[in-house]
Design a protein. Structure first.
Ligand SMILES: *[C@@H]1O[C@H](CO)[C@@H](O)[C@H](O)[C@H]1NC(C)=O
Ligand SMILES: *[C@@H]1O[C@H](CO)[C@@H](O)[C@H](O)[C@H]1NC(C)=O
Ligand SMILES: *[C@@H]1O[C@H](CO)[C@@H](O)[C@H](O)[C@H]1NC(C)=O
Length: 262
């Protein structure tokens, strides 16, 4: 009895912030985001004023969309074309309710896409990093965003290396754009259904849906990716069957969605 009381206390303490600055997680998230970006035009600084006593004031910030009028949690962050610079911004893992869009497109962000992006953005459905200066590989860890991520736009950066096979774990991928980068190697089988324009402008990419054939040495890799996409399809069907017959296993995870869309 005493033990469970202790647990209750611990749990309630962790679900409401009980340490550090005393900020709610979403406020902490936006504060560290603001600290980590370079904002020469002042687009964020002029709007993101944290000295505000109004409840849910962060929902009025430039680019911030909250869940609803009485749910002051960040749903989407749309910051396209604001002249922002710096590395991939930090702090997003504290916006734990962010299940909509992260749009950083058409800015001047640079450096790598973080390897642990799935930990920073575990639930976003749409990720737009296009028209920046991101360079280095597409992190294989992006495949771990597979529960929700449906739209990925990495076009017009300086990304290099091969498209990681781990992205086959993005089961709900509905659109994918990596055009105008410096990617190379074969396009994995599970991406060959997307239009050629999604892959254009990468000198080293080969295979369907592009016209450029891959050298024989690259084909064995495509074979492997073909098998893994069969595996993914089986997993997908299984996942649905389980979700259908044992909905209680999924209800907690899906709750935010149900809440949002009903
Ligand atoms: C405080 O937030 C409210 C709601 O978003 C907004 O209308 C108001 O202008 C803000 N006040 C300041 C001083 O930023
Ligand atoms: C990403 O942003 C660019 C530039 O703002 C836009 O043209 C493109 O349509 C966006 N992609 C997606 C998938 O929304
Ligand atoms: C890639 O570049 C071509 C030619 O400049 C352009 O038409 C296309 O819109 C670009 N796509 C992306 C995603 O950058």
């Amino acid at each position: 009895m005493k033990k469970s009381l202790l647990w209750l206390l611990l749990l309630s303490c962790c679900s409401t912030p009980c340490s550090g600055s005393g900020d709610e997680p979403d406020v902490r998230c936006l504060k560290s985001f603001l600290r980590s970006v370079v904002d020469p035009g002042g687009a964020l600084k002029s709007s993101w004023n944290f000295n505000n006593a109004t409840k849910g004031y962060i929902c009025g910030f430039t680019g911030v969309t909250c869940w609803s009028a009485d749910q002051h949690r960040v749903w989407s962050l749309r910051l396209s074309g604001l002249g922002l610079q710096g590395p991939f911004p930090r702090g997003l893992q504290d916006c734990a309710s962010m299940t909509g869009t992260l749009d950083l497109s058409s800015n001047s962000f640079a450096g790598p896409i973080p390897a642990d992006i799935s930990l920073q953005l575990p639930f976003v459905t749409s990720l737009n990093l296009s028209y920046n200066g991101f360079r280095g590989p597409i992190p294989p860890g992006m495949g771990k965003m597979g529960e929700f991520l449906a739209h990925v736009d990495l076009g017009h950066n300086q990304l290099s290396g091969q498209i990681p096979l781990e992205l086959s774990r993005l089961r709900f991928l509905a659109s994918m754009n990596v055009a105008n980068n410096s990617l190379s190697g074969p396009i994995p089988a599970f991406l060959q259904g997307f239009p050629a324009a999604s892959f254009a402008g990468n000198d080293g990419l080969c295979g369907a849906p592009l016209d450029r054939r891959c050298p024989a040495s690259a084909r064995s890799r495509m074979q492997i990716s073909g098998e893994s996409s069969v595996g993914a399809a089986v997993g997908f069907v299984l996942g649905f069957a389980v979700a259908f017959y044992f909905p209680q296993w999924f209800s907690r995870r899906l709750h935010p969605y149900v809440y949002r869309f009903l």
